[in-house]
Design a protein around this ligand. Structure first.
Ligand code: FES
Length: 512
């Protein structure tokens, strides 16, 4: 098996049976905020696009790049499709001209016929509202000699399915760095922000190491991030100054962490690096010296920013700069969604303020209305300050998901009193009837907490109250706090109270 990195979460996997192009991403995403790091524009995208199979793990813009798929990828490629409850990914690909789909069943091994023979694959599909834009996935491929697990940024909760179906994994490709706007956009004191950033940075890497241990592959490729921020106003987000509070550590930082913890199987791949893997044997070649990128990363980013400045400028020119109040357009968009999402609106539980330029608009979730502020209402418990052009652009483009557009851009500010509100971000990513119906139903279902596990003298429910991670693997106890390393949520073991978000109580009991 020959695996070529094509940047970020992108890989080209060549086997005797056929080739698979995974998550090709070249063009800036999220309002021009994210670019692939290191630069991958120099690759031969027509050649890479002449593939037999296409795998797009999910609809986040750093995985689903409509322009690259349109311009370079063969529309006769067979799409290996994850088993998602809402068929948005298939629809989007059909709109681009793809017409051959191999529909997989979640976590089931399939044999797919390719031009040169058969290929064994399995797609682990995650379907919780918190996973991607209603869906994220990882792909396992085996050509009979080598097994590759491309986990990208998915967070599967059960690794047994992988080992049961494929046995030993030879090479594991996974995310280890941040891909979120927290804590940078929050209105909190700089020192607190830096401390939160440090925790976030370390937790992301700890989670990846926990996955690496569970998968037990011979080789590990840190991938799927970090992006690079080339806009002047976002350049502070790059981890190029040795700031421990930065949530975007790069491949080198993570490979060092792996080494410190005794794992010498980590390998660095840059766009164009080729790994020839035959079971446990691996030969790696780079297109150029990686030192040119990492030895002086700030200078590399500066050169990249200068080279790609026209691309960023062209992106900004597409933003909608209109005039007039946004109250009515937002009412038209949000109120019908609120009317269909009782569990989510009650879960949010309070009015949320949107400050858009000079205008403040209130999303009154308890009352299911969008309105002007009422005098004396004070500061909202959760609020966002967003530039009007971003809101006008998502309205113009009928975007069903503000997480996949505005929030991941990090081009906004936020404040909150109290914990993270998962219901709120779920609402913003479900702005279609189909998505909101699915997400509201998902929250309405009762989740099983009957099994228990023992952790540092405590009996706790085995499955995390957030998204059912196995706490015997992801749970860490310090004092009376339990942290689930899958998403870093925390609980007070004495009361069972979730310290991270509303609701989500944990069953716990001190053992004698
Ligand atoms: S599954 Fe998300 S924090 Fe545990």
């Amino acid at each position: 098996m020959q695996i070529t990195s094509v940047g970020h979460a992108g890989f080209h996997i060549r086997t005797a049976a056929g080739s698979i192009l995974c998550d090709p991403w070249v063009n800036p995403a999220y309002f021009g905020s994210w670019f692939p790091f290191p630069d991958n524009t120099q690759l031969d995208w027509d050649e890479l696009g002449a593939c037999d199979f296409l795998y797009v793990s999910h609809l986040h813009r750093d995985h689903f790049d409509a322009k690259t798929l349109t311009d370079h990828v063969d529309k006769n490629a067979t799409v290996l499709l994850p088993d998602y409850p809402v068929p948005d990914l298939r629809r989007e690909l059909e709109q681009l001209g793809f017409h051959k789909f191999f529909e997989t069943e979640d976590s089931v091994k399939h044999t797919v016929p390719g031009p040169g023979g058969d290929l064994d694959i399995m797609i682990i599909a995650l379907r919780a509202p918190a996973d991607g834009p209603i869906g994220d996935s990882g792909l396992v491929v085996s050509d009979g000699e080598t097994t590759c697990f491309n986990m990208n940024d998915a967070r599967p909760v059960d690794m047994d399915v992988l080992h049961d179906a494929f046995g030993h994994v030879d090479i594991h490709l996974l995310q280890y760095s941040g891909a979120i706007w927290y804590p940078m956009v929050y209105d909190i004191p700089a020192r607190t922000k830096s401390n939160f950033g440090k925790q976030k940075r370390q937790r992301g890497m700890d989670r990846a190491r926990s996955y690496i241990e569970q998968v037990g592959a011979t080789w590990v490729v840190p991938s799927a991030g970090p992006p690079v921020f080339l806009d002047d106003e976002l350049r502070y987000l790059n981890d190029d100054r040795g700031d421990e509070g930065n949530i975007f550590p790069d491949q080198k930082v993570f490979l060092e962490q792996m080494e410190i913890h005794g794992n010498k199987g980590g390998i660095l791949m840059i766009p164009g690096s080729v790994a020839d893997v035959r079971g446990a044997e691996l030969t790696l070649t780079h297109p150029s010296d990686p030192g040119e990128i990492y030895d002086d990363k700030a200078a590399y980013i500066e050169r990249m920013a200068q080279r790609l400045a026209p691309v960023l400028e062209a992106e900004k020119a597409t933003w909608e700069r209109g005039e007039g109040s946004l109250l009515e357009p937002l009412r038209k968009l949000f109120e019908p969604i609120m009317a269909q999402s009782n569990v989510i609106c009650d879960g949010i539980g309070y009015p949320v303020g949107l400050v858009i330029g000079e205008e403040t608009i209130v999303l009154d979730f308890p009352k299911r209305t969008v309105r002007e502020p009422v005098e004396g209402e004070g500061r909202y418990r959760y609020g966002f300050r967003i530039a009007p052009e971003l809101v006008r652009t998502v309205l113009r483009d009928r975007e069903p998901d503000w997480v996949n557009t505005i929030f991941l851009s990090t081009r906004f500010q936020a404040w909150r009193i109290g914990g993270y509100n998962e219901f709120l971000y779920t609402f913003f990513k479900c702005l279609t009837d189909e998505r909101i119906a699915y997400a509201d139903g998902w929250f309405a279902e009762a989740h099983d907490d009957s099994a228990s596990t023992e952790l540092s003298g405590w009996e706790v429910q085995r499955r995390c109250p957030h998204l059912k991670a196995d706490l015997s693997k992801f749970g860490v106890v310090e004092g009376t706090t339990l942290t689930c390393n899958l998403h870093g949520w925390q609980w007070d073991l004495e009361s069972g109270r979730c310290k991270t978000s509303k609701g989500h109580e944990l069953r716990s009991r001190k053992l004698d």
